[in-house]
Design a protein around this ligand. Structure first.
Ligand code: HEM
Length: 509
């Protein structure tokens, strides 16, 4: 064969091989769909500049233009933003198996020992086992109920300090009081005692929360990661070292304590330590093999999950009640009817407080604590059908579900959407367990919040007590409708400014 014929044959062969690869790629993809619509992206930063200070609001505005399944680019990361209840159902129920993973972030890698916890861990056998352990042993109905005495003590202590402020006619920082209460309750649940003053545990965890919720450019523009422009890499490395030192010391103390007292399973950390011990001595008997590092990551996950979520929800509920004296009075009337005026609310009263339930739902609709839930990641290429439209979502896309937008969906909520109106739930069968996609404060599907029961119990009990025991007024003659309701975006969405109000005791004892 002449060299010329050989070259032509070689080109033909390569051409045929290339065509084969293309056809195979297309037939493998078998996609009918197009990419979801979205705003044009800039080089390098993509649409990062469109997020603004309050990304849930900016994304809601963009979705109005581009639709309920919208694609954007954050740096080099393809992101799909989901903004209507039917679209959320497709991602979180119909195709939950494809979207049940989490993207890796720098903060999660450092804080959770290479994602050995639960919340930021990718979907797979390890996550499934940790989740099972948490739902069956650490956050089960029985476990949550077993902390009733602790909750009564802690809420009782807060009420006494508020009663003293009421007697002195002082204004109190309601948010600070509730934050401290929830932080101490969390520490008692996890460590068996209040937050450790020796290590400024509260301050350390607040820094963790700030880092986990910070928008880190390094996660989206890997090119810029080595420059650490926001200083977050330095901070997160320092925080993970401090966390580790504290957790090691606390674990050592618990181990000694368990040996000295022959007692186990007192707090969540004891359950995890005894499991780690069992894993090392009898690995065959354990369905989940964990060591101290796993135990530390799981402890941090539970602390970070509970530390500011319930307090943020309570803060918004109290703010809405102060802004709506009619609703406050109606709730007090319900509490007086069910509980009376000569004793305080008990956990057993909560199931009879139907209006309280509506107040909580309405506040979570308008102020979801996690307005963009926790991001998901797709595990394979998939076509999604929404009505007549078919969209192709490639593997490894980041999925953001805008829960804040779901609570404002015009087709689901019809009228007075921005108004705080608990009565809208009177004839509406909507629960908070992730079945009704217009109200998803705890998410839905495989990744739904495992601490929902514990979080809701805290919210119901604390709001019921605050409203039953006290009348509340705004300081400095601020009119209810003038109360500032600005938000601050982070891992959760708290008020920008703390809520300050004056209590006056209203019970007869
Ligand atoms: C008002 C209280 C709370 C709210 C609004 C809330 C909200 C959420 C949301 C929206 C998610 C993401 C769900 C999804 O991706 O679909 C989540 C996940 C999670 N929450 Fe909560 N949460 C609360 C309380 C708690 C508490 C008290 C704990 C622990 C005791 C907790 C632990 C977690 C964990 C570990 C995850 C990750 C689950 C996983 O990825 O498998 N949360 N939470």
């Amino acid at each position: 064969m002449s060299p010329a014929v050989f070259t032509i044959n070689l080109f033909l062969l390569l051409g045929a091989f290339w065509s084969f690869l293309q056809i195979r790629a297309i037939s493998r993809r078998k996609s009918l769909g197009r990419s979801p619509p979205g705003p044009p992206a800039l080089p390098i930063i993509g649409n990062l500049h469109k997020l603004g200070r309050l990304p849930h609001r900016s994304l809601h505005a963009l979705a109005r233009k581009y639709g309920p399944i919208m694609s954007i680019k954050l740096g080099s990361v393809p992101v799909v933003v989901v903004s209507s209840p039917p679209a959320a159902e497709l991602f979180l129920r119909t195709h939950d198996n494809v979207f049940a993973s989490r993207p890796k972030t720098q903060a999660a890698e450092y804080l959770y020992y290479g994602t050995k916890g639960m919340g930021f861990t990718e979907y797979g056998p390890y996550w499934r086992s940790v989740r099972k352990l948490c739902t069956s042993e650490l956050l089960s109905v029985a476990k949550v109920e077993s902390y009733a005495g602790m909750r009564r003590e802690e809420v009782g202590a807060m009420l006494r300090s508020l009663k003293a402020a009421a007697a002195a006619g002082e204004a109190v920082d309601v948010d600070r009081k509730v934050e401290e209460l929830v932080e101490d309750m969390t520490c008692r649940m996890v460590f068996g005692r209040k937050c450790d003053e020796r290590f400024d545990l509260k301050g350390v965890i607040r820094e963790d929360i700030a880092l986990a919720g910070a928008f880190n450019v390094a996660d989206f523009v890997p090119l810029l990661a080595p420059l650490d422009l926001q200083g977050l890499t330095r901070r997160v490395k320092k925080a993970s070292k401090v966390n580790d030192e504290i957790l090691e010391r606390i674990m050592d103390e618990h181990k000694q304590d368990a040996i000295a007292n022959q007692r186990q399973h007192r707090a969540l950390i004891d359950v995890l330590l005894s499991l780690a011990k069992k894993s090392s001595t009898n690995p065959d008997e354990c369905s989940l093999s964990i060591d101290r590092t796993n135990a530390k990551a799981i402890v941090l996950d539970i602390i970070l999950g509970s530390f500011d979520t319930s307090s943020t929800a309570i803060s918004w509920i109290m703010s809405e009640l102060l802004r709506h004296p009619r609703v406050m009075k109606k709730l007090q009337k319900e509490l007086d009817r069910v509980v009376g005026q000569d004793r305080v609310v008990e956990e057993t009263d909560l199931t009879n407080l139907k209006y309280l339930e509506m107040v909580i739902k309405e506040s979570l609709r308008l102020h979801p604590v996690a307005p963009l839930l926790v991001p998901r990641e797709s595990m394979e290429d998939i076509d999604i059908m929404l009505g007549e439209d078919c969209y192709f979502i490639p593997k490894k896309s980041r999925i953001i579900v805008n829960s804040w937008a779901l609570g404002r969906d015009p087709e689901a909520w019809l009228e007075n959407i921005e108004e705080f109106l608990p009565e809208r739930f009177i004839d509406r069968e909507v629960n908070l367990r992730g079945h009704h996609f217009e109200l998803l404060p705890f998410g839905s599907g495989r990744r739904i919040c495992p601490g929902m029961r514990s979080g809701l119990m805290t919210i119901q009990l604390v709001v019921a007590q605050l409203v039953h025991c006290f009348d509340w007024a705004l300081p400095d003659g601020i009119l209810p409708e003038k109360l500032d309701m600005s938000e601050k975006f982070g891992l959760s969405l708290p008020r920008a400014e703390h809520l300050v109000a004056i209590p006056s005791y209203r019970l007869s004892n």
